[in-house]
Design a protein around this ligand. Structure first.
Ligand code: SF4
Length: 371
């Protein structure tokens, strides 16, 4: 591609707003004669495809915008970029891990905490965590049980152990600095494809496909016309997300978080607010009449009475004290002895609870060493 041109072939103009006329006899005019290129937007950005353009001899009615959008993937992608990035610029929540000086450790901590957990629940835990452990080295210096204790009731506490393990590896292998490369991030214990891509993209402004639940749902609706994505991430979803990813790394990084935010605030799982969606006019699911989901059953979020609930109750007892805990104290939290024993065995197997001696337990690594 011409260095000076964006993906649509239109000339880049940096970030300034411009009005350019395109030769009406040119191939470029033919390619861009969809009416949404009469005046295409009010913003521009480093990919250069979203500056305002005027085609002086093109008089197609604006009502054909959707037709053009649906028949030209490149143009459609450009307009989706423009609309979603503009929406994000106006609507993004101010979150501490998005501050320009937050740093890669802050992004990594937030990404661990945000897995399957809403921002509202994460914020107080995140703030306390970063005050106590502002660097990977600070966390690695404490025993893993302290991470489990500080995780409190965020849920899925194995994430606390994994974050502690990642911090330890960062200290031992990377001099205490969160690595910048996707492969190095992926090699850290507890860091999977999603987290590696998210940290590389959001913290280091690299170009990666970042596919979380929110992003997958937005693309399923917008592109595939389905209310929900498949139960597990597929190669087809990765191809779709890769095809929509802006070329410029900085723009790609913003695009990733912008789509995620759209899924979190507007295109929600239970009640999408299509009336305030910036891409409602181009959404496959909405244009198809919002058909009901007919795929395999989706996982419920039941908690009451499950082993997860019992594990939570057992951990709460261990978190509440720095002393070792006798079996009787654990027995008191749940009446079903079989389920209780199964939950406790599971916690020990996961490394979240450490047997000190028969019938006595503590959080892993023992109490924090006194200075
Ligand atoms: S129009 Fe509705 S369903 Fe489609 S992307 Fe927007 S919020 Fe989601």
């Amino acid at each position: 591609m011409d260095e000076g041109r964006g993906p649509t072939g239109l000339r880049r103009e940096g970030t300034k707003q411009t009005l350019r006329e395109i030769n009406p006899r040119s191939e470029q005019h033919r390619r861009t004669s969809g009416p949404f290129f009469h005046i295409i937007g009010l913003i521009s950005h480093p990919d250069g495809f979203a500056g305002p353009f005027r085609l002086p001899h093109c008089d197609l009615p604006c009502a054909t915008i959707d037709t053009a959008m649906n028949t030209d993937t490149t143009l459609r992608t450009a307009v989706l970029h423009r609309e979603i990035l503009a929406w994000y610029a106006a609507n993004a929540r101010e979150l501490p891990w998005r501050e320009p000086d937050a740093g890669a450790w802050a992004v990594m901590v937030s990404e661990f905490m945000l897995q399957q957990t809403p921002v509202k629940r994460v914020l107080p835990r995140y703030t306390a965590w970063m005050e106590r452990w502002p660097t990977p080295a600070a966390l690695a210096a404490d025993p893993p049980g302290e991470a489990v204790r500080a995780w409190e009731r965020l849920g899925y506490p194995r994430r606390a152990l994994r974050l502690h393990a990642a911090a330890t590896a960062i200290v031992e292998q990377h001099g205490g600095r969160v690595p910048t490369g996707h492969a190095e991030l992926l090699a850290l214990p507890g860091v999977g494809e999603y987290t590696a891509a998210a940290v590389a993209s959001f913290a280091h402004r690299q170009r990666h496909v970042v596919l979380d639940t929110n992003v997958r749902r937005v693309f399923a609706r917008l592109v595939d016309g389905n209310e929900f994505p498949p139960t597990a991430t597929t190669a087809a979803e990765r191809r779709t997300a890769g095809g929509l990813l802006p070329e410029h790394p900085e723009t790609a990084a913003t695009w990733g978080v912008a789509v995620m935010e759209l899924g979190a605030l507007v295109c929600t799982a239970r009640s999408p607010e299509c009336g305030r969606c910036p891409v409602a006019a181009h959404c496959g699911w909405r244009l198809a009449g919002s058909p009901a989901y007919t795929g395999p059953p989706r996982r419920g979020q039941s908690y009451a009475g499950t082993d997860r609930q019992v594990r939570g109750k057992l951990l709460a007892v261990l978190r509440a004290t720095r002393d070792e805990v006798p079996q009787q104290a654990l027995d008191a939290v749940w009446p079903d002895a079989v389920q209780r024993a199964r939950a406790l065995d599971g916690l020990v197997a996961d490394g979240l609870v450490e047997p000190v001696e028969p019938g006595v337990y503590r959080l892993p690594g023992g109490p924090r060493a006194e200075p």
